[in-house]
Design a protein around this ligand. Sequence first.
Ligand SMILES: [Zn+2]
Length: 100
Amino acid sequence: MAATVQYVPKEKIYPYLGYAWPSIGVAFVREDLPGMVKEFVEAHERRHLIQRRDRHWIWLELDATIFLDWKLLPGFMAAFCMSMTPARLRLLWRRLRGEK
Ligand SMILES: [Zn+2]
C-alpha cells in the first residue's frame, strides 16, 4: 500500500501536529504548520506508517523521531517548541496515562 500524506486544516486533528493512520496508509499533517515543521511532521508520520505496531507508543515516537534525517532537526526543534502549549501537554499527559 503506497503511503499518502494529506494536509488538513488545524481543526481536523488539533492538538496533534500530524496523525498517522497505518491501516489505511495515510498520514495527516496540519496544513497551517510552518514549512520546516511541516517537513519534519510529514517525515515523522510517514515513519509511523511503516512501523511494526506491536511496540509501546513511546518507542514508536522515539523511533519516528530519532532515525530521521538530521536536516530535519530545525523542524523538530520548532515542533518541540510548538508542543509547549497547554493543549499539547494535556495530550501528552493523557497518552502517558494510557488514554486516547
Ligand atoms: Zn508520532
